[in-house]
Design a binder for this molecule. Sequence first.
Ligand SMILES: Nc1nc2c(ncn2[C@@H]2O[C@H](COP(=O)(O)OP(=O)(O)OP(=O)(O)O)[C@@H](O)[C@H]2O)c(=O)[nH]1
Ligand SMILES: [Mg+2]
Length: 322
Amino acid sequence: MTEFRSGFIAIIGRPNVGKSTLVNALLGQKIAAVSPKPQTTRKRQLGILTSEDAQLVFVDTPGIHNPRHKLGEFLNQEAQESLEGVDVILWLVDASVKPAEEDKQIASLLGRTPRRIPLVLAANKIDLIPAEVLPARLEAYQESLKKARVAKSQYGEHSRNEAQVISISATENQNLDSLRDLLISLSPIRSPEYDEEQVTDSYERDIAADLIREACLHRLREEVPHGVGVRIDEFAERENGMLYIAATVFVERESQKGIVIGEGGKMLKQIGSAARKEIEEMGGRPVFLELRVKVLKDWRNDENMLRRLGYKINNKKKRPSR
Ligand SMILES: Nc1nc2c(ncn2[C@@H]2O[C@H](COP(=O)(O)OP(=O)(O)OP(=O)(O)O)[C@@H](O)[C@H]2O)c(=O)[nH]1
Ligand SMILES: [Mg+2]
């Protein structure tokens, strides 16, 4: 009998490269919100994949970017802290485009992680480019890692080896089996951390809030989506087996409230109906969803409000050093 392997895998990458899509695809079910807009993921979330001989615990993180609000700082902090104590780091990049400035920043962050933690560079979205372009792209991303290592060579023993490279498509299910096998082979021999039925550490109500936000992201344009926050006010199972959810969609300005509600309430209705379908699919039972919209000026810079919406602000960096 082969020995059981179990590993925590941090998925790091800039916004919109497909981190959450990849977790959903590997798990074969949707636990994480996904959208074409950057900064869809706002909280660290585990996706747990258990097979006969292995358990992979994926740590999905917000994309690392240049922050413009307290919320943005929180997102980066969440992503960086997820590197602590993991067994493998999976750096996900978008192979359909050249490395961006944010990729270089991530490369230098990764250059400072301990060498003993294996690093895998996964090039996603290969379905979007001709096969002959791929090798040069892979090279460019590897190059940014090499450069980061040189720049950080003062760290000596901390500078790491090159990454193992794999090309995938999360939406087209290309090479995902090989990626899974590679990650298992890099995980330590250890008994599983979670029960085999558990697929995530998030509560259904938190995922529901994210799916409502996702429905907003898909339908709203420009600056509005990023100013959206969702709070679940009521989450109750009714006797008839139906799930009753009441939620508030927060926006930052009065004008945004009008956009989210739409003419005659049309937009809010569309958002509600799309979110309801997703939540029903996730929970496997009928859902009654009631949404309302409220303005909360500049909430993304308001630490109290961020806390109330469940973003745990950690001010440890701001304390004076001893
Ligand atoms: N064509 C193609 N699109 C993909 C692939 N993987 C993800 N996408 C799309 O990329 C967009 C972003 O996906 P997400 O999974 O939300 O990206 P993320 O990295 O989690 O983004 P943040 O949470 O904002 O950091 C979505 O529109 C996905 O459908 C892929 O392999 N091919
Ligand atoms: Mg995400």
